[in-house]
Design a protein. Structure first.
Lengths: 640, 580
């Protein structure tokens, strides 16, 4: 019984999957409105032709029968040649259409995949940071690798093969009924038996494949863990124990893997031989019907003769073969749909909403303080604020940030920030100190609207940031993060990422400001050194310096430095901090740091604990309070 | 390379050899079946007795049963052989990697080792299964079918003389042209995926700098580039189908035309309708087997890269060898460096350590201070012979580390690595890595010494608390203390802490150090730290910079004599007159 359960559990073509399939086909059609129908037509035509020989066979054999006794080849030839002639023409046409659709398929498949990839990627760029924080990167990546691959299977193999086989099966079914009803019935019964066996074995195979998958996952997990801990294994001379554990898991994988494949492997011969069985049965029954002169029951009304039985035998083979293809392709379509569903899930994700209407513009500010909008880069910026009554006001961008009674929760349940109020005047340096999870990064996430606040207000130069267009808001905020992410490309390109229209000189100036110029010029190709794998050829400190240069070239009035120097040792930090100090001059800066030496010179230090502000003030004030900050400073406890 | 890999078949040689044997049986029957069917058709045509038809039918059924039997058995043995082969490959790889030295481990990244043991082995398993099932079957099928068709069809077989070379030529050309393009485009494809990963990881940077559109454009270009290359490669492969179909059609027409002429002119003396249809079947079998061979060829070239990558690991010689007559006893915890220089690989230009001369007495506490990249870790890793020196020698207990049995040495020298790793399992299991036979009391003692006992006892499950993979469910400081306890359980002669208390608060850090002084006074303790307070009280402090020892001395001496030490000290205590 357990087997039966297993079979009923197999992936079904439910409504949702069907909808996804229709969506794939629709997208395909929309992408290539001419080529897709043309390809389909070519596939249908060539499968029609491949089913046709049965008819010609029958006629040719009938001709042979007719002239068989007399041996009159000349007369036979006169009848056979036109038939063959027609067949040759059909074959040539079929080959032409086959060539066409195979070429078109290659073109369409890759084009479609490229479109899907781009659609996913573009969609991904518009998703909120929340998506990337809540989905594992490996899972996101698998949309681009595994899921796209199943789509490739679907478009390039399953769909055309299905179309072709369905066509062949239905044409042959018609011809069979045309020839003989009895024999058709027999073939259909045989196919039914075949389906049952396939289902039974397929179910068993699926069960073991699932187990193999699981065992594989376990093995992979173990290998992953042990490989990353390899040095510890060596230090503790734990090689033998580790090998023994591995062998146990490895053996389990072997058992499942070999059973799963054994089932799958035996399916081929079984189906093939049932085909032969059916073939023999058709021959025997056909022979018997002929010998006993049983009246034929068919659309053509032809009597059952050898000229029918022989093509019928060939058709039996073709029919069962294609029938199997149909059921196989159905399976692979169901599987592909799982991948397609995941792709669509990404495409259907809610994009980041942006209903801000206040924009950032270049401005010229007269001595009287009048602001006029300009297209030139003036180094001065202003918020352009259109009002409901049709008027537009301009506010100079200064970098004045106020948080007013802000509450926030990532999941709507656990409160991460409670009642946070703080202000940063233009040019001030505000530092956040607190343990992991205290909410330091969350505050900066709210200022640049990676997340939206639940309650309270954030004002930027007096404007509620919800009214500011996100792109413009973020352009006014520079960002240096703890994990430096650099892109594949030259050092110069990486710095220019901060401002795309920056000249080479601008970038070099920024690098000098950040104190990065020194080491960059010592790289083999200087500024043109290509960085790969997130700049793995550089040290952590050097990468950090490039990230700082990148923020410097953007030249924003407000900077957010989130643990920008945490993984640098104290000596290197001294060098980096010189660059940072220069960068921070004249800007409003939010600093998050582990190490107190980085924040001591801040105008305001805010100590956070569990989402609440527990202490605030400058270094001297906090030290004299002898509170948490003091304890941290004296090393009485360490942040984690 | 192939030989080396194939040796891994090991105990699965039997099924591996049986598979092609069963396949021979299956193929032989499969080639006889059309022959019997031709017979059957001729009988039917001749209008013979039904009993005659049934007799041939029964023979055919028996043949089908045997074919099924052989086919099924071959499927069974093939999967067993291939899965076994894969198992042994994984075992061998794992064994090899266990024997790796740190140098070897550095050479292969973790991710690459995991891929080699999973994806690559799976690829080899699939192609091995395909090869033992089809590499014999297809050529045999080809030969048997050719023989049978010449035997039965006589002149009709001439068709194959024309078709087969065309197909072979066509398939070969396609494979030859397509393979390099595919290999090239796959590489590009990997690059594309890498760039997606880069984008996903850097999403905060992308959004922070409002570079969404820029990224879209960049990706669009790269994706279109790949599309073009892929299309080019696939269009070559797309020629396979029409070529194959052309041959089938040609064969069909030839057989029908020539066949009917022969049948009519000879009144079915040599060839009859039965043979005609058998010839069509043989034709299919011949063409299919060629198609199969070309698929095997493609599959093998595809998995060739996997085989190479597996072989690379299997061939990797461990950089460290156990000596011939090893010393099994470490006398004491003294350490000597004599003119030691070291670089990570022979090709590296820069030495990681230069001219190190150092003597550490047994039982001393030694602190090491220095910036990132000053090679502090490298220095201590030479002591337990995790790497071999490039120049000079390192001795422990007065004997060159190269003369010790590796296990003896490493059990005597416990290193708590900077990159701490706990394994999934209970705390107890993790601790026992240090000493399998440790009693519960010993565990508790070690944990008390490492200041870990209190927080462990506070867990609901105490010492039986499950540690998740990577130790994600304990804090950084707790993890470090567990790792120290694990090392203490070895009862080492030398204990090395490589920045192992960085996440532990200064108070606890001090308690750990005091415990060391009190309970394991005879153990040599080498402590690498960022914090001056961690090394301040050491008997000897070593200041390193750029792979060199700059100064050695006590805290008070160094404050006077070492610029670097003083600089670091002042920075850490800046404005901290009220510090301690």
């Amino acid at each position: 019984m357990s087997n039966v359960n297993e079979v009923t559990k197999k992936p079904r073509m439910d409504k949702e999957k069907r909808r996804s399939l229709m969506r794939v086909i629709k997208m395909l059609w929309q992408a290539y409105p001419v080529l897709v129908p043309l390809t389909a037509a070519c596939i249908l035509f060539s499968s029609l032709v491949s089913a046709a020989p049965a008819l010609f066979n029958q006629q040719i054999i009938a001709v042979i029968e007719k002239w068989y006794v007399s041996g009159d080849w000349a007369s036979a030839k006169a009848e056979i040649l036109p038939l063959i002639g027609v067949l040759i023409v059909l074959y040539i046409l079929s080959l032409a259409s086959m060539f066409t659709y195979n070429q078109l398929m290659a073109y369409i498949t890759q084009g479609f995949l490229s479109k899907m990839r781009e659609a996913m990627f573009n969609k991904m760029q518009d998703l909120p940071i929340k998506y990337f924080d809540t989905n594992r990167h490996g899972d996101i990546m698998s949309h681009y690798t595994n899921d796209i691959d199943t789509l490739r299977q679907l478009v390039s193999q399953a769909l055309p093969a299905l179309l072709q086989s369905v066509m062949v099966v239905s044409v042959i079914l018609c011809i069979m009924i045309y020839f003989s009803g009895w024999l058709t019935l027999l073939v259909l019964l045989g196919v039914l038996a075949m389906m049952l066996v396939t289902k039974k074995i397929g179910g068993g195979s699926k069960k073991y494949f699932k187990r193999q998958q699981k065992a594989m996952g376990k093995t992979e997990g173990y290998i992953q863990e042990m490989m990353s801990g390899m040095k510890v294994v060596k230090v503790f001379c734990h090689e033998e124990e580790s090998q023994a554990d591995f062998d146990e898991i490895n053996n389990a994988l072997f058992e499942d893997s070999y059973r799963a494949n054994a089932f799958a492997n035996s399916l081929g011969p079984i189906i093939f031989n049932i085909g032969i069985l059916l073939y023999v049965l058709v021959a025997i029954v056909g022979g018997a019907l002929m010998i006993w002169n049983v009246p034929n029951f068919s659309l053509s009304g032809m009597p059952l003769t050898i000229s029918i039985v022989i093509p019928f035998l060939n058709m039996t083979k073709q029919f069962t073969g294609n029938f199997n293809t149909v059921s196989q392709q159905m399976n692979s379509i169901v599987m592909a749909m799982a991948g397609a569903d995941r792709v669509f899930a990404l495409m259907d994700e809610e994009p980041e909403v942006d209903d801000g209407y206040v924009t950032l513009v270049n401005a010229e500010i007269s001595e009287g303080g009048t602001i006029t909008e300009t297209n030139k880069r003036t180094g001065k910026w202003a918020w352009k604020h259109p009002h409901q009554d049709g008027t537009t006001t301009y506010t100079e961008l200064k970098g004045d940030v106020v948080l007013d009674m802000v509450d926030f929760s990532y999941d709507g349940e656990k409160q991460v920030l409670t009642d946070i109020s703080l202000y940063a005047r233009p040019g001030q340096k505000v530092a956040f100190v607190g343990a992991t999870g205290a909410g330091k990064t969350t505050i900066t996430n709210l200022i640049n609207r990676f997340y939206d606040i639940a309650d309270g207000k954030v004002r930027y130069d007096g404007i509620n940031i919800n009214k500011i267009k996100k792109a413009d808001l973020r352009r006014s905020l520079g960002l240096v993060l703890q994990d430096t992410n650099l892109f594949t490309g030259t050092v110069l390109e990486n710095i220019r990422y901060g401002r795309l229209d920056a000249s080479d000189d601008d970038c070099i100036t920024a690098a000098k400001l950040a104190g990065a110029d020194d080491f960059i010029t010592r790289l083999p190709q200087g500024y043109n050194t290509v960085l790969a794998n997130n700049g793995s050829n550089l040290s952590q400190g050097q990468r950090q310096l490039i990230a700082i240069a990148r923020a410097a070239v953007a030249d924003p009035p407000v900077m957010i430095l989130d643990e920008a120097t945490s993984s640098i040792d104290t000596r290197t930090e001294a060098i980096v901090s010189r660059g940072m100090d220069k960068l921070m001059e004249g800007r409003t800066v939010f600093v998050i740091a582990h190490r107190l030496s980085t924040v001591m010179n801040s105008d305001v230090i805010i100590v956070l604990d569990h989402g609440k502000i527990i202490e605030r003030g400058n270094h001297e004030q906090l030290i004299s309070q002898k509170g948490t900050y003091y304890q941290l400073y004296t090393g009485a406890f360490e942040l984690e | 390379m192939l030989k080396r890999l194939l040796r891994c078949i090991g105990e699965y040689k039997k099924p591996a050899i049986l598979t092609p044997l069963f396949m021979i049986g299956e193929v032989a029957i499969d080639c006889l079946i059309p022959f019997m069917i031709a017979n059957l058709i001729n009988q039917i045509k001749a209008g013979c007795e039904i009993s005659q038809i049934i007799r041939i039918g029964v023979i055919l059924l028996i043949m089908a049963l045997f074919s099924l039997l052989f086919g099924g058995l071959a499927g069974f043995t093939a999967s067993k052989a291939a899965a076994g082969f894969a198992k042994n490959l994984r075992h061998k790889l794992y064994e090899r990697i266990q024997a790796f030295s740190f140098e070897n481990i550095d050479k292969f990244s973790t991710a690459s080792l995991v891929t080699r043991m999973t994806t690559d082995v799976a690829n080899v398993q699939m192609s091995f299964m395909m090869v033992i099932r089809s590499a014999i079957r297809s050529p045999l099928m080809f030969i048997f079918s050719i023989i049978m068709s010449f035997y039965m069809g006589g002149p009709l077989a001439a068709s194959f003389v024309i078709v087969v070379p065309i197909l072979i030529f066509g398939l070969l050309m396609v494979a030859k042209k397509a393979m390099p393009s595919f290999r090239a485009v796959f590489k590009k494809y990997d690059k594309l995926n890498e760039s997606i990963e880069e984008n996903v990881m850097a999403m905060r940077v992308v959004k922070g700098f409002v570079r969404e559109d820029y990224e879209k454009e960049k990706f669009g270009k790269a994706s279109d580039n790949i599309r073009r290359d892929f299309t080019r490669a696939e269009r070559i492969v797309a020629l396979n189908n029409p070529i194959m179909q052309f041959c089938t059609y040609f064969n069909m027409i030839f057989v029908m035309l020539v066949g009917s002429q022969i049948i009519v002119t000879t009144s079915g003396a040599d060839i009859d309708v039965g043979q005609l249809s058998a010839m069509l079947t043989y034709g299919m079998q011949i063409l299919m087997s060629l198609m199969m061979l070309s698929m095997i060829y493609v599959m093998l070239t595809m998995s060739h890269e996997s085989m190479r990558r597996i072989d690379e690991v299997l061939c990797e010689e461990s950089a460290l060898k156990n000596p011939e007559n090893p010393v099994y006893d470490v006398k004491d915890g003294s350490v000597d460096f004599k003119d030691v220089s070291f670089k990570y690989s022979a090709e590296a230009e820069k030495y990681a350590l230069y001219d190190i001369d150092l003597h550490i007495n047994s039982g001393e506490t030694v602190g090491i201070i220095g910036g990132t990249g000053s090679s502090k870790s490298t220095l201590v890793q030479l002591i337990s012979r995790l790497y071999d020196t490039t120049v000079g020698e390192v001795s422990v207990g007065g004997i060159n580390v190269k003369d010790y049995d590796l296990n003896t040495l490493r059990n005597a020298v416990a290193v708590v690595l900077q990159k701490n790793v706990l394994f999934s399992g209970t705390i107890k299991e993790n601790l026992r890595w240090g000493n399998n036979e440790a009693s519960d009391d010993e565990l508790v003692n070690a944990c008390k010494l490492a200041q870990a006992h209190d927080f462990i006892s506070a867990f609901p499950d105490g010492y039986d608390t499950m540690i998740e993979q990577g130790g994600t469910n304990v804090s950084g400081g707790q993890k470090q203390r567990l790792c120290i306890a694990r090392a203490l359980l070895k009862k080492p002669k030398i204990l090395i802490l490589d920045d192992s208390t960085s996440a532990v608060d200064t108070k606890t850090d001090a308690l750990i150090r005091q415990g060391f002084e009190k309970y394991i006074p005879s153990t040599t303790k080498i402590i690498i730290a960022q914090r001056i307070s961690s090394v301040e009280h050491a008997d000897k402090i070593i200041v390193m910079d750029n792979g060199k020892i700059i100064n050695v001395g006590t805290h008070d001496e160094l404050i006077k004599s070492s610029d670097i030490y003083r600089e670091v000290y002042e920075q850490q205590t800046r404005g901290g007159a009220d510090n301690e």
